[in-house]
Design a protein around this ligand. Sequence first.
Ligand SMILES: NC(=O)c1ccc[n+]([C@@H]2O[C@H](COP(=O)([O-])OP(=O)(O)OC[C@H]3O[C@@H](n4cnc5c(N)ncnc54)[C@H](O)[C@@H]3O)[C@@H](O)[C@H]2O)c1
Length: 368
Amino acid sequence: MIIGCPKEIKTHEYRVGLTPSNVLAYVAKGHAVYIESNAGEGVGFMDADYKAAGATITDKKTLFEKSEMIIKVKEPIAEEYSCFRDNTILYTYLHLAADKSLTEMLLNKKIRSIAYETISENGQLPCLAPMSAIAGRLSIQEGAKYIEKTYGGMGILLGGVPGTPKANVVIIGGGVVGINAAQIAIGMGADVTMLDRKSERLAYIDQIFNMRIKTLQSNRGTIESLLPVADVIIGAVLVPGAKAPKLITKSDLSLMKKGSVLVDVAIDQGGCFETSKATTHSDPIYIVDGVVHYCVANMPGAVARTSTLALTDSTLTYGLQIAELGVEEACRKNNAILEGLNTYNGHCTYKGVADALDIDYTPASKAL
Ligand SMILES: NC(=O)c1ccc[n+]([C@@H]2O[C@H](COP(=O)([O-])OP(=O)(O)OC[C@H]3O[C@@H](n4cnc5c(N)ncnc54)[C@H](O)[C@@H]3O)[C@@H](O)[C@H]2O)c1
């Protein structure tokens, strides 16, 4: 198969879909790989490294014209839509439930798209997990920074010092983001409370943190009771493939302390706070009713080298299978890839996306 990896163009997105060692793996299996010039420069992978691994370095136009499968990191943005040829395979993060115009483009062009975030194996999301781990760890770093006075925060240190209170960090969602956030928050000395809808998840969290954090059932009453005491709230919920539920409303902000911080990690699924709107690394925060909001949709981009290595480590296995077998056969042979199929031949094949966007749904097995 002919594979193309373009340079990401989203603001401050330096990650790249393939590393030189990934290229070696594809080339070793007989595939041809095109890399857009300077695609990996931002994370220290130079054109010469890709060339040495067997890739052809080219411009964006040629890459899209020649490639049968495009491997990216972020969902295509509007400027990239026209690059896509009909029927191309697209293997990347998509987050379609929050992006109707992208979904329409993929359906109109009959793109066969496999979304990293919905590939599912044994109930786990192997291509989302590494980025979630990074975003979770970063979320506390960012919360700690933006609660500083300079940024409009209340001016407190998460762990305090002897004789002063510690910050109250509330994490809503005890999945991969939540657990990684909790690890760092504990490490920084904060008081941590974790909420989840599932009691078995709370039991697991209680065990792995050895009762070092408070666990609470996530419901309206619990959230309301925590709003006046929280210093930093991390939104880390996920309903796979669907839009995030709004758990904190605009009127709730009046219950919160001035200068407290909301970090909405779930912003890539539309955000779990009503007042969240996606921000970028160059302008990451804004303030509503005295509450600082941090809503960067591509948080791992801030630590692009770590992120590229962690992401490509998990996407390579499935990518090689798709290249080897083609989308159809790869989906038939590996249910994890079938779960990843979001659009196929003009059909939306992921129920959560179809429901969120109110469009027709065709089960992947039927569309194939
Ligand atoms: N902004 C970024 O850069 C970035 C990076 C990575 C992941 N994410 C996003 O972070 C979110 C979390 O990802 P994850 O990998 O931790 O998912 P996950 O599936 O591992 O965990 C999600 C958790 O949320 C819980 N949950 C669902 N609804 C809830 C509710 N109403 N209240 C409390 N808990 C609820 C689930 O039970 C689950 O334990 C996702 O939206 C993901 O797309 C964002």
